[in-house]
Ligand binder design. Structure first.
Ligand SMILES: C[S@@+](CC[C@H](N)C(=O)[O-])C[C@H]1O[C@@H](n2cnc3c(N)ncnc32)[C@H](O)[C@@H]1O
Length: 439
């Protein structure tokens, strides 16, 4: 038999393709990981289970050395490796934090420490950790305005809000930064610049683990819940795994236990939460492909725009939806329009003589065949509008990709929009099936 023609070789090729897809390239030989390993060893942490690797699709992450069983602890990082507000307060920054009024927030304390230690370079005892941190992030606050404008509407609004929030964080912290001048020979503004603080803010927001700390008098009373966990923070997210993660008061280690098996030499994932892609992009700067929680959001304006022109009592209907919390989180998902979206549409499509039944609609009752059919037709129109809009944005992204500098950011938007297109196409199909029941 000729090579590559038969069934066996097809299966072999498929297996090869699948394994190269999920298998990562070992990166533990890289100088930054050798240094990090030494640094961790000095803090009583040695890892026999995982190694740093680069994976197609998810980038840098951790790979299992052996197969992992359900219930197995995959990592147990001693307290001495964690960077918390305690670390900051015990450092040279402690006296300055204690002096500053109003007290800095726990987040500001962590960010200040990161910027200051990064600036210290070789002099920083945290250098091996700082060296493996990303140099740049893709959270919306770091995206170019023309890229933010390509995001779907509700996310675009949140992206601009994130930008203003970080800018406000910077301007409100400048006084505190000035008070640190005696610690540095360079002008403080050159060290604690907006870019430096944004980098630190993204570091904490995309990488910190949840670890509730008791309130400290020298810090503001905002919850102190973030800890940076070197090495452990190389674990990427998958919506398909379950893990238990917490600080163990007895062992005084931050531990992660997996509830999902993992094969040898496979990427080991944790789950950051049951987040949709908008939240993943907003909080972590990435998008998960085939995310079961992914969805496309429908805003009030779009709902109203596609209602039949004959629809009556629109203001009244909208205020009912608002009063009953039915105007937000209306979505298309992989299975079609959400129950909330269809319910909102059914209410908006009620005929004048059916209007008194609005409570029944909210409880999920069927009012009439006409109401069912009209609301499905509107849902289909909205879905078609989104499909066209998504195609148009994808064409624009592809044209903009000529500009190499924006490649990473554009690829992110492209992935998000492509996932949304798949969801919308699946929704359109589900809606067609529902519509045929009424023809
Ligand atoms: C806690 S870190 C995980 C390690 C990170 N990949 C690294 O190289 O340092 C979280 C960041 O990893 C990336 N990430 C996590 N899960 C991912 C995934 N499933 N696909 C792509 N990027 C992912 C995102 O950039 C996210 O902000």
């Amino acid at each position: 038999m000729k090579n590559g023609g038969g069934r066996t070789s097809r299966i072999r090729r498929r297996k090869l393709f699948r394994s190269s897809e999920s298998r990562g390239v070992n990166e533990s030989y890289k100088p930054e990981f050798i240094e990090l390993k030494k640094w961790l060893k000095d803090r009583r942490f040695e890892d026999a289970t995982l190694i740093p690797a680069r994976f197609p699709g998810t980038g840098r992450g951790l790979m299992s050395k052996t197969s992992l069983q359900e219930g197995q602890t995959i990592i147990s990082l001693p307290e001495s490796c964690l960077l918390t507000t305690d670390t900051v307060i015990r450092s040279y920054l402690g006296a300055y934090i204690a002096k500053w009024q109003p007290p800095p927030s726990p987040l500001l304390a962590l960010c200040t420490f990161l910027v200051s230690e990064k600036h210290a370079g070789d002099r920083s005892p945290w250098k091996p950790y700082l060296e493996v941190l990303p140099k740049a992030y893709t959270c919306p606050v770091c995206l170019e305005p023309e890229v933010v404008n390509l995001l779907p509407n509700p996310l675009k609004t949140k992206a601009w809000e994130q930008r203003s929030h970080v800018q406000e964080f910077f301007s409100s912290s400048r006084g505190f930064f000035s008070s640190l001048q005696p610690l540095f020979s360079e002008a403080i503004e050159t060290i604690f610049s907006y870019r430096a603080l944004r980098w630190a803010w993204c570091t904490v927001n995309t990488r910190a683990v949840y670890m509730k700390r008791p309130p400290q008098l020298c810090l503001s009373p905002e919850p102190d819940t973030c800890a940076l966990a070197p090495y452990l923070d190389l674990l990427n997210h998958s919506p398909d795994v379950q893990v238990k993660a917490a600080f163990n008061e007895e062992t005084r280690c931050y531990e992660i236990r997996t509830a999902t098996r993992c094969g040898k030499h496979k990427e080991v994932f944790i789950c950051y939460g049951p987040h949709d892609n908008h939240r993943l992009l907003l909080e972590y700067g990435f998008v998960s492909v085939s995310n079961p929680h992914a969805c496309v959001y429908v805003s009030k304006d779009i709902l109203v725009k596609y209602l039949p022109s004959t629809a009556k009592q629109m203001n009244k209907k909208i205020s009912i939806l608002e009063d009953h919390d039915f105007i937000e989180n209306l979505t298309f998902g992989w299975d079609g329009p959400s129950w909330r979206l269809l319910t909102a549409l059914k209410l908006l499509c009620l005929e004048a003589e059916e209007f008194m039944c609005w409570k029944k609609v909210l409880l999920g009752e069927i009012i009439s065949d006409t109401n069912e059919k009209t609301s499905l037709d509107v849902a289909q129109k909205i879905c078609c509008y989104f499909i066209e809009e998504t195609h148009a944005v994808l064409r624009k992204v592809s044209r903009m990709k000529d500009e190499v500098a924006l490649m990473n950011q554009l690829t992110l938007v492209e992935t998000l929009r492509t996932e949304e297109l798949k969801i919308l196409q699946a929704s359109a199909k589900a809606l067609t099936a529902l519509q045929t029941a009424f023809t």
